[in-house]
Design a protein around this ligand. Structure first.
Ligand SMILES: C[C@@H](O)[C@H](NC(=O)OP(=O)(O)OC[C@H]1O[C@@H](n2cnc3c(N)ncnc32)[C@H](O)[C@@H]1O)C(=O)O
Ligand SMILES: [Fe+2]
Length: 563
């Protein structure tokens, strides 16, 4: 008889004082007991000091309750501890709250004489979904209060494929509800009010794999102040914010080639968000999983479950190393418990029909033609859907031509039909850059991006799939230098559908950053390639953009490479 693993978990990063007992079961049927005491501010948002006072009072109570449960359900020898380990949330979260949780966890592990496991709260939000789904290697959307990001497992880490450029998604929604005078947490109230609402136009901001909520939130407050019914604002807020998250999730599936998506985090309790993700996955033939509501918002169950996996891998902490980390990022965690498990590979390339996240693309190399159609996305509100498809089609046509005028190889435009969201292009290149990652082509990309930035616009989605590489076949009447240098390899930028006019260094740096992250996500040894794109950029472009790029990466949100 193999013995079960039993772990007591403690959570208290922000609002939930929670303790849980995970039992892996002897017969393959596991169980999770969770006891939670929520902090509910009288007014305003979460006050860090009040939250810490709540943890101080409530953590001992919930831990006691979990321990009682562990003792009641323990059928081992009377002189043995009722669990194998104590796991706790080490971060990210509010420092004073984290320290109370850590102190309780250390004391308990010592009293019981069992191992101590330090869990990253964000990774716990995603592992619980992987655990309850049974999926092998899903992409995970984390939609929680203080965060919003997409993660995928690669080279022993969870990589951040995309994330919010400002606040977390829950906090953004909660800020709006504070503005209209509703108590915390606002998310469930927005969901309830949205049921009686209709659609009004609001901003929609997706930049490559990243997204931003600040513009849409100010606009929502303004609409409300101007007398738009709050139900309509709530409805439209949900439609736009969740469509942004769904769009980026789809892009992550497309980029990684995964056909599994799991959802985590407190905002995952929202039925409209789950519905959009399910519809998107259904439309592209992927599987979607959201864990039960009790595992979505902050809870110690997810801490205990991941704690058990880490304990199984021998990933425990010495007391001296058990400091908390309020800024603990998910990509800082060495994933000890998935050794030898499948990771997200890069998909194979040339099919005749490519289903990107954005559009269906029909390739006819023989006819030298590519037709791109932005099909309606069923998950999006029809009005929003139509607006995005039309805008992106027109912009893509315009920016593709503009880039050519700046000397950047792009496909020649054939036909444009904004109403049908259809574009026809010349077929260019022989393969995607992702299948021919050479420093020379990547240097080209650096120079190309620098040129369009100097011309005052960004590509918006410069990934290794949006660059084509191949020999240039000049038509016989083309007498340019390029035509004479026929044997030279050419690097084309395609898919300007997310491009926009911009004159801020920050936008240019973000453009480069998107490409940089795509290299990190695609190449096994990204570092020389990352250097090549910077060198190319430096030759043509503005040095300040490269300085800002370092800045962007130095903000700590983005950790690339294999370290
Ligand atoms: C660092 C950690 O402390 C933080 N946790 C956190 O913020 O709690 P979490 O339970 O994951 O998410 C809470 C958020 O989830 C939102 N929320 C809960 N139910 C919701 C609903 N039905 N619709 C929309 N939002 C909802 C709340 O408004 C709140 O903003 C995090 O994971 O970012
Ligand atoms: Fe959370």
């Amino acid at each position: 008889m193999s013995s079960a693993t039993r772990v007591l978990g403690i959570e208290g990063t922000a609002w939930a004082a929670s303790a849980a007992v995970y039992d892996s079961g002897r017969d393959g049927v596991d169980s999770v007991f969770i006891e939670t005491d929520a902090y509910e501010p009288d007014s305003g948002g979460i006050h860090p000091r009040e939250a810490a006072e709540h943890m101080h009072d409530a953590i001992p109570r919930v831990v006691e309750r979990a321990l009682e449960h562990a003792r009641e359900t323990f059928d081992g020898p009377i002189d043995e501890p009722p669990v194998d380990a104590v796991a706790f949330s080490r971060g990210p979260g509010l420092g004073p709250c984290l320290r109370i949780v850590a102190t309780a966890a250390r004391a308990l592990s010592q009293a019981l004489d069992v191992s101590l496991v330090g869990v990253n709260h964000m990774v716990a939000h995603l592992e619980i979904g992987r655990h309850t789904s049974g999926f092998d290697s899903p992409v995970c959307l984390n939609a929680s209060g203080a965060n919003a990001h997409l993660l995928a497992y690669r080279n022993g880490r969870y990589r951040v494929l995309g994330e919010t450029m400002d606040t977390g998604v829950g906090n953004a929604i909660d800020k709006f509800t504070r503005h209209v005078g509703w108590s915390h947490p606002g998310g469930p109230k927005v969901e309830a009010a949205a049921e009686d609402g209709g659609y009004v136009d609001l901003p929609y901001v997706v930049k490559g794999m990243d997204f931003s909520f600040s513009g849409i939130m100010s606009a929502a407050k303004q609409r409300y102040d101007n007398g738009v019914p709050v139900e309509d604002v709530c409805y439209s807020l949900q439609e736009n914010v969740f469509a942004m998250l769904t769009e980026v999730s789809e892009r992550a599936l497309s980029l990684t080639g995964s056909d599994e998506l799991v959802l985590g985090g407190g905002v995952g309790r929202n039925a409209r968000l789950r519905d959009m993700l399910a519809v998107m996955c259904d439309q592209r033939g992927a599987s979607f999983h959201a864990p039960d509501a009790r595992f979505l918002g902050d809870n110690a169950g997810m801490i205990a479950v991941l704690g058990a996996k880490m304990y199984g891998a021998g990933d425990t902490l010495a007391l001296a190393d058990s400091r908390v980390d309020p800024n603990f990022r998910p990509d800082q965690v060495p994933v000890s418990w998935r050794d030898g498990e499948p990771e997200l590979a890069v998909t194979d390339s040339e099919e005749e029909r490519i289903r990107g996240a954005e559009a269906v693309v029909d390739l006819e190399p023989g006819a030298n033609r590519v037709t791109k159609r932005r099909r309606p996305k069923r998950y999006r509100h029809p009005e929003l859907d139509e607006r995005l498809r039309r805008e992106r089609t027109t912009l893509e046509a315009r920016l593709t031509s503009l880039a050519r005028r700046e000397g950047v190889p792009t496909p020649v435009l054939g036909d444009v039909d904004p109403l049908e969201a259809r574009l026809e292009f010349e077929y260019v290149g022989e393969c995607d850059l992702r299948d021919a990652l050479t420093p020379a082509s990547i240097g080209d990309v650096g120079r190309h991006l620098a040129r369009i930035h100097l011309a005052g616009f960004v590509h918006g989605d410069p990934t290794t799939r949006n660059v084509r590489v191949g020999r240039y076949h000049a038509p016989s009447n083309d007498r340019t230098d390029d035509a004479r240098a026929q044997n030279r390899e050419r690097t084309y930028l395609i898919d300007f559908g997310l491009g926009y006019h911009a004159d801020h260094v920050e936008d240019y740096a973000m453009d480069l950053h998107v490409f940089d992250q795509s290299l990190v996500g695609t190449a096994d040894e990204p570092d020389p390639l990352r250097e090549a794109v910077r060198e190319g950029y430096r030759e043509v472009g503005d040095e300040r953009v490269l300085e800002r790029l370092e800045d962007v990466e130095g903000r700590g949100r983005y950790v690339g490479g294999n370290s």
